[in-house]
Design a protein around this ligand. Structure first.
Ligand code: SER
Length: 875
């Protein structure tokens, strides 16, 4: 059965059990401080488990892209070395939100595996949670009793907390689980060792395929467990492993999920995949790593996460660099090639995941550029690492050196660790951490270092945002907690039953303002952010009386300026698509009261004519004074039917808000001006590249434009005054430039004459030493003049040794050495060596060829000594 069919059969099966089938959410998470990537199929549904979001469908199924490369679930080290771990993998899942529980989850999983996929019951094992005394958790006898109806008891195994109590991360929903394992070994092997004894022991052919989690608890920040308001089902089946079992192969990489990419790697690199299963064959490992990593990187880019130097972007960059290095070292690929695999990936996955098709060109470009830039330093870095390892007496490399490699050559720590482990070496991890920490302490002061648990005053997880309609409201505090960060010290996070404060999102910064207590005290809100489903107000203090009603007041001026920039951003987007073409897609945006920044896909520089046209387009829409047409809570399809630009990034269950100004229609949660005329004026400040194929425009609107023009005018007035207020300033500047050019020419001519005169004088000062015409002297010429002088003199001699010093400024010195080519060759003199060595006296350095070299330095005081010592080179 082909992988496409395996995927659809899963979805069809759960559809027949009344599940809503939903598309995969993007892998990169936006509003979750505890997690960077979706690392399990349940992550996009977290709020439903916690009771923080209204349930749309009580039964849902999907195939979710997951990435396990950081935090609690991290498989990166295993990838490629074995045949069944991946960075990106698909997780087939079915969910019950407070609906069915263990009985149905188990019955359906069994029915699907044994009746739909027709897997032989004799190759299946299941596990159940054995309980945990420390946490006062009991054995899951309920699951045991249900399984007994389907499978013989010797195939039901007990599992400990590590394997059979599933947790998403340090905090969040969790519960006991029951895993289904599959034994695909040969009959011979099975006869020798029982499958039951290999379950959960990392055997490549006795692997877990499906995990059924019975969600019952929430793990709190203090480590304790609390019961969830309702029980839920979360199941996750490893799609690639299921394909391995159903396609009768022994490795995930032999399924049709991977074979097209592996064939393409073979064609490009001319290296054959030998299909060795276990660690050892480096070319096979390299091919598996690349086949795996390109999927993770391309899908991240398609989901809007570009490689970068921080956070999620850095994780992606590290994965790609790991793949590049494997290609470089083991497949001898010295030129970019991984980007070429994106086309195959898009062909193969594009139907199930349209985002990869839509973003194929961008993913190719970005990966190619990353490859180019890393390959430039890779060779040097590897050489350095070689030298380091050659000198590693005790087999442990200094952690500081490993850090330097990261800092200077962009070698991520895990990559260096990998290269070292291939050589049987290790490095001092504490030293590395220390060096990293020192750098972080220097550079970054804003890391959150402590977050308390929430103090819940009122059970209300449905905080309503009312800030589209009002900027003030009477509110009640529902929960708060203290957060300590290095940069801001102690702050309080406040959550209300409703709020007019806009939380940072969709590029727009969070609102600022204040909360007024009944006795008139003001608590300032310095920022507002969204975390999962809660809108969090950052305040410096807590109100004295937590249970009274407060007046929440948004700062009107900041909000209006943000709104002005946000509406202008939409008009800019429309202008770009109209003027540059519909290939333009939003890739990032920042909207603050001060300015707006918009990143978009476009493959060449935007010319100044185009920029002018774009600016004019937006200003024309401003002058038309278009009215805002807002539609809230409409289904996504309805918005798209009205022409809204569909952005990948919305997830299942999100009702959308459509914002229309004339022909511009966007899905947007941000705040806007009621009429485009309120923007006043739009002015582009800069245009440039952020990454290959991604451009950035920065612009201002409203009062910022007024300030900008005032500034320009002030400068202009100053310039006019410098020219004594002429009628035509441009003419005055042009005259000045012409005059300057004429003077420059005259100076050049004078200097030439001076050099000629000097040449006559100097010729008389030559001293014959040891068969050499020698002169060391100070001259008052610039670098070019000295060069001309030396070569003019040189024409008449075959045995000339000149050493000139000059100092055009008090803190600048220059040395020049000229030696006739014949003399340099005959006696092995080297002008480069002369200036290098004597350059030290003027606190500088330089070099050149053996017949002509110069050195620059900061210490003219060293000139006399240098002139004196020059003679010593004539031997
Ligand atoms: N959350 C569980 C897992 O990731 C099942 O979906 O294994």
């Amino acid at each position: 059965m082909k992988s496409q069919e395996i995927r659809s059969k899963f979805l069809e099966f759960y559809k027949s059990k009344n599940h809503a089938i939903v598309p995969s959410s993007p892998m990169v998470l936006k509003n979750d401080p505890t997690l960077m990537f979706v690392n399990a199929g349940m992550v996009p549904f977290k709020e439903y488990f916690l009771g923080q979001k209204k349930i749309v469908d009580a039964r849902v199924a999907d195939s979710q892209k997951c990435l396990r490369v950081s935090g609690k679930h991290n498989d990166l080290e295993e990838v490629g070395k074995d045949t069944y771990h991946h960075t990106l993998f698909e997780m087939l899942g079915n969910w019950s939100f407070g609906d069915y529980f263990k009985k149905e989850a188990i019955a359906w999983a069994w029915e699907l595996l044994t009746e739909v996929y027709k897997i032989d019951k004799d190759i299946l094992y299941v596990t159940i949670f054995e309980g945990d005394e420390k946490e006062s958790l009991e054995k899951d006898t309920e699951a045991y009793d249900i399984w007994k109806q389907y499978i013989s008891e010797d195939r039901i195994l007990l599992g400990n907390k590590k394997d059979n109590f599933w947790e998403m991360g340090a905090q969040g929903p969790c519960g006991p689980c029951s895993e289904i394992h599959i034994d695909i070994r040969s009959a011979d092997e099975k006869a020798k060792v029982s499958g039951a004894s290999l379950v959960n022991l990392d055997h490549p052919h006795v692997v877990e395929v499906w995990n059924l989690v019975f969600m019952q608890f929430n793990r709190k920040a203090n480590g304790s467990l609390e019961n969830l308001p309702a029980t839920h089902i979360d199941t996750g089946m490893g799609f690639e492993r299921l394909c391995m079992a159903l396609q009768g192969v022994q490795s995930n990489y032999d399924t049709d999920v991977f074979t097209p990419i592996i064939r393409e790697i073979e064609t490009i690199t001319n290296v054959k995949y030998e299909n060795t299963e276990i660690a050892g064959d480096e070319t096979d490992i390299a091919i598996r790593v690349i086949a795996d990593h390109v999927r993770a990187v391309a899908f991240s880019i398609a989901d809007g996460q570009l490689p970068s130097n921080t956070g999620a972007g850095y994780v992606i960059r590290r994965i790609l660099r790991r793949a590049i290095r494997y290609g470089f070292t083991f497949l001898n690929q010295k030129e970019p090639f991984i980007y070429k695999l994106v086309a195959t990936l898009s062909d193969q996955m594009g139907d199930a995941f349209p985002e990869i098709k839509a973003q194929e060109q961008l993913a190719r470009n970005v990966i190619k550029e990353e490859e180019q830039s890393f390959l430039k330093t890779l060779e040097q870095g590897l050489l350095l690492l070689d030298t380091m390892t050659a000198n590693a007496g005790n087999k442990v490399i200094s952690g500081k050196k490993v850090f330097e490699l990261k800092d200077t050559y962009g070698f991520p720590e895990d990559l260096t660790a990998l290269v070292l482990s291939e050589k049987g070496l290790d490095y001092n991890k504490e030293e590395y951490q220390e060096a990293l920490k020192q750098q972080q302490d220097r550079g970054r002061a804003a890391t959150a270092i402590e977050t308390d648990d929430w103090n819940v005053l009122i059970e209300d997880d449905e905080e309503e945002f009312i800030g589209y309609d009002t900027l003030t409201a009477d509110v009640k505090l529902t929960r708060y907690r203290k957060v300590t960060t290095k940069k801001d010290g102690e702050q309080y996070q406040l959550v209300f039953n409703m709020t007019p404060f806009y939380p940072e999102g969709g590029g727009q910064v969070g609102d600022v303002g204040h909360i007024e207590t009944s006795n008139g005290d003001l608590i300032y809100v310095v920022n507002t952010k969204k975390e999962n489903n809660l809108i969090i107000h950052y305040a410096k203090s807590l109100p004295a009386n937590l249970s009274e009603r407060f007046k929440a007041v948004v700062n009107k001026n900041s909000r209006n300026l943000s709104a002005s920039n946000h509406t202008a951003t939409h008009l800019l987007h429309q202008a770009l698509r109209t003027i540059l073409g519909t290939h333009v897609e939003q890739k990032g945006s920042l909207v603050s009261p001060k300015h707006l920044r918009f990143d978009f896909s476009h493959f060449s520089k935007v010319t100044s004519d185009e920029l002018q046209e774009i600016e004019d387009f937006v200003n024309a829409r401003i002058r038309e004074n278009l009215s805002l047409v807002e539609q809230r809570n409409i289904p996504m399809q309805q918005a798209i039917d009205q022409g809204a630009i569909a952005l990948f990034g919305e997830k299942y269950g999100d009702a959308v808000r459509a914002i229309k100004f004339g022909q511009s229609v966007e899905l947007c949660g941000g705040t806007h001006v009621p009429q485009t005329g309120d923007i006043w004026y739009f002015k582009i400040k800069s245009e440039g590249a952020v990454a290959s194929g991604i451009r950035r425009i920065e612009a201002i609107t409203n009062v910022a434009v007024g300030d900008y023009f005032e500034d320009v005018e002030r400068n202009f007035t100053d310039i006019k005054q410098l020219f004594k207020n002429p009628k035509d300033v441009v003419k005055s500047v042009t005259n000045l430039q012409d005059e300057n050019a004429t003077l420059k020419k005259q100076i050049e001519q004078l200097l030439k004459e001076k050099a000629e005169n000097l040449s006559g004088e100097l010729r008389n000062q030559l001293q014959e030493i040891n068969g050499v015409q020698f002169l060391a002297t100070k001259v008052a010429l610039d670098a070019n003049g000295i060069k001309n002088l030396a070569f003019a003199l040189g024409k008449d001699f075959k045995n000339l040794f000149l050493f000139f010093a000059s100092s055009e400024k008090a803190d600048k010195a220059m040395l020049t050495c000229y030696i006739s080519k014949e003399l340099a060759a005959e006696r092995g003199y080297d002008a480069g060596k002369v200036v290098r060595e004597l350059g030290k006296l003027i606190h500088g350095g330089g070099g050149g060829q053996n017949f002509f070299a110069t050195a620059g330095g900061k210490n003219p005081g060293g000139i006399p000594k240098a002139l004196e010592k020059a003679k010593e080179y004539i031997v």
